[in-house]
Design a protein around this ligand. Sequence first.
Ligand SMILES: Cc1cc2nc3c(=O)[nH]c(=O)nc-3n(C[C@H](O)[C@H](O)[C@H](O)COP(=O)(O)OP(=O)(O)OC[C@H]3O[C@@H](n4cnc5c(N)ncnc54)[C@H](O)[C@@H]3O)c2cc1C
Length: 365
Amino acid sequence: MFDAIVVGVRAAGAPLAMNLAREGYSVLGLDRDTLPGPPRPAQALTGHAVHRIQRWGLLEALKATGTPPMWKLTMTAGEGLVELPFRDDVAAYCPRRDILDRLLVDAAREDGVEVREGVSVTGVLRDDSGRVTGVEGVTSDGTPLREEARIVIGADGRKSRIAEAVQARTYNELPGRTCCFAGTWRNVAVEGIEAYFLSRRAIIVYPTNDGITSVSVIFPNEEYERIKQDVDTEIERTLAGVPGLALRLRCGKHEGSWWGHRWPGAYYRDLHGPGWALAGDAGFLKDPILGQGINDAFRDADRIARAIHQSFSGGEDLDGLLQSYQEHRDEVTRMIYQASDEFAQLLVTPSMLTSIANYADAMLA
Ligand SMILES: Cc1cc2nc3c(=O)[nH]c(=O)nc-3n(C[C@H](O)[C@H](O)[C@H](O)COP(=O)(O)OP(=O)(O)OC[C@H]3O[C@@H](n4cnc5c(N)ncnc54)[C@H](O)[C@@H]3O)c2cc1C
């Protein structure tokens, strides 16, 4: 019997498991993938997310991966241009996701988490009162698995098996607005994170590991199937809307193929119940256009681990602590949730850019 089982060991699950292990708890991390898996597109870590990486003692390890620090984040829409302020000497970083995930899972293991890969969790175990007491699943070689714990945390992403098994309530749902194609370039001059909002299109560019520049082009959700038929032409047409950027990209070299993703929609879920909790995308999903998902996953990793520790060590009521955190999460993410949905409609005006500068405290402070 473990103190905690964490299902899904990436942006939310790995640091949550690590935080619990650091408090001395026995933690089992289960993931159906081989971690971190093949190279995956880079994602932006800003503000609070970087603060947390630093507080967890992992910033030097992140820098050692060769992920460049960035001090500039600009957003452009028509004639409007805003530069969001960075504070507290904390830069932004845009690591390739597999590089970030490797760093997080290694840190969890080093701190004592038992991580088992290639394990698909299929359901939860319950006692006679209905309280969740563990998980069941199957390993990649077909061996059934049953493990018990005082708490089960579903950090298993947006198609969360744990959320489904416990029938977590979903609320404030929004439709999927965007789809995105991410590609990589070499030898392109980019100073920081650059976001361009065009009519029904957006382009986000940033430097990542190994001298690579990541270019993500965002389209309305309903155009996904059509664009997939001829991604290069559609992207070239969109890039032509930002001639200065198109020129810089032409001076560099496009490598590899496009990685396409259609966004399914946005939601909040109840993040706790008897014997279970949800972290990261499993509990709260928003359109990634403002790049806040990892920030939210990291906050869950800190706050859910803290609630569990307060309860296990001090006898406080865990459901009460997690309920307070759920209310806090919903409150601090309310504006960004709404702004993500507005930006995802891809009709961004200069005045919307000005208003996003007001959210910068929530995103970057
Ligand atoms: C195109 C795109 C761009 C994005 N850009 C950014 C960005 O720039 N900045 C940012 O902060 N966020 C960004 N995000 C959001 C970010 O990727 C997510 O918020 C983040 O990955 C959530 O982490 P997570 O750990 O909750 O889930 P995930 O990263 O999805 O990890 C879930 C894990 O659970 C495992 N799992 C699932 N089901 C099971 C099961 N049944 N049994 C065992 N294991 C299971 C999976 O294998 C996986 O490893 C972007 C997302 C997309 C799609």
